[in-house]
Design a protein around this ligand. Structure first.
Ligand code: HEC
Ligand code: HEC
Length: 298
């Protein structure tokens, strides 16, 4: 019977074990309570009622990747700095000196242009000159004269100039019709480098086109259209456009046949916009421009 007795013997045999048992008896529930309180009060919970379901958190999670700002016509205008506009638009040509643009950082390129004065540079930048599209290709609805001026000062001063910041124009009175009402603002973030350049080149070309679209399917008409439109990209090879007169760049394209090239120029090809962006040009003139470019690359 002694064995059975042993089986029912208490686990606590010594005073030490008794003390341990008492301490454990208090500690275990306390630890559980602390854990429970922690769990209930925890902010990082997910699910209904938790902070993960607040309006702000949801809005952030479902926000579209691209961010487009809608302009409020009556809101006070926020002007781009010279550096911002330069990086978004002007750098496409002026960073590298593409198409003969005065290169930013080159005192040599800028000194003769700074000399006639800021007003003269502004006039040229607004009106365009040679391969420099009017306003760098931007629309006055999106970019004000003031912002163009700031970009000029930024570029000139980065190239040895010491021009003062142009004066900010007076804000239009609230309620005055703003030109860009509801139009999506230029994508914020100046990382759109060459895309902005293409848009810029194209914007300026749309206005240049009708003048270029003269009668005839001859090389003269082709040269005219090339000089006003196509050269914006093809003279310097912007965005990998085959460069005018570059036989190596043109040979593989010429090998695809003149029909293919005519079609590509009229319909567009990747970064090459239809008709080079000159929507007003006739098919014949675009073909003539292709013929002119091809004849120069043979
Ligand atoms: C598509 C290419 C291109 C873009 C984009 C461009 N430029 Fe130019 N820019 C040129 C070229 C080419 C010249 C040289 C024109 C010439 O002297 O024949 C030039 C010249 C200039 C000059 C010198 C004018 C002078 O006094 O001789 C200024 C100032 C200027 N650009 C400002 C700007 C500003 C500001 C922007 C952006 C808003 C801009 N450019 C965007 C190509 C470009
Ligand atoms: C905004 C820049 C831009 C303008 C302006 C432009 N091009 Fe292009 N063009 C390109 C680019 C970039 C390519 C190379 C496209 C490719 O192969 O991906 C190209 C390619 C071409 C090709 C070769 C097509 C082929 O099948 O390989 C022809 C021909 C051509 N352009 C003609 C013209 C003519 C004509 C004009 C004027 C009416 C013009 N381009 C204006 C950017 C331009």
């Amino acid at each position: 019977m002694s064995e059975a007795h042993n089986e029912h013997e208490s686990l606590i045999k010594t005073p030490k074990q008794l003390i341990a048992a008492i301490i454990a008896g208090f500690l275990v529930p306390i630890v559980i309570i602390v854990l429970l309180v922690n769990y209930v009060g925890n902010n990082a919970l997910t699910g209904a009622g938790s902070s993960a379901m607040t309006e702000k958190a949801i809005a952030e999670r479902i926000a579209p990747v691209a961010h487009v700002e809608i302009k409020d016509a009556n809101a006070p205008r926020v002007y781009q700095t010279g550096e911002q506009l330069y990086k978004a638009v002007c750098a496409a040509c002026h960073a590298s000196g593409a198409a003969g643009a005065p290169k930013v950082g080159s005192t040599e390129d800028w000194a003769p242009r700074i000399k006639p004065g800021y007003d003269e540079m502004l006039k040229i930048a607004l009106a365009g000159k040679g391969a420099m599209p009017a306003r760098g290709g931007t629309s006055p609805d999106d970019v004000t004269d003031y912002e163009i001026g700031r970009a000029i000062v930024y570029m000139a001063n980065a190239s040895g100039g010491k021009l003062p910041e142009p004066a900010q124009p007076a804000q239009p009175a609230p309620g005055a019709a703003a030109p860009a009402s509801g139009a999506p603002a230029a994508a914020s973030g100046a990382d759109a480098g060459s895309a902005a350049a293409a848009a810029a080149a194209m914007a300026s070309l749309k206005t240049a086109a009708p003048a270029a679209a003269s009668a005839g399917g001859n090389l003269d008409a082709g040269k005219k259209l090339y000089d006003t439109v196509c050269m914006a990209c093809h003279a310097s090879g912007v965005m990998n456009a085959p460069k005018f007169g570059d036989k190596a760049a043109w040979a593989p394209r010429i090998a695809t046949g003149i029909e293919t090239l005519h079609n590509a120029a009229i319909k567009g090809l990747n970064a090459m916009p239809p008709k080079g962006g000159a929507a007003g040009a006739s098919d014949d003139d675009v073909k003539a421009a292709v013929d002119y470019m091809v004849s120069a690359a043979k």
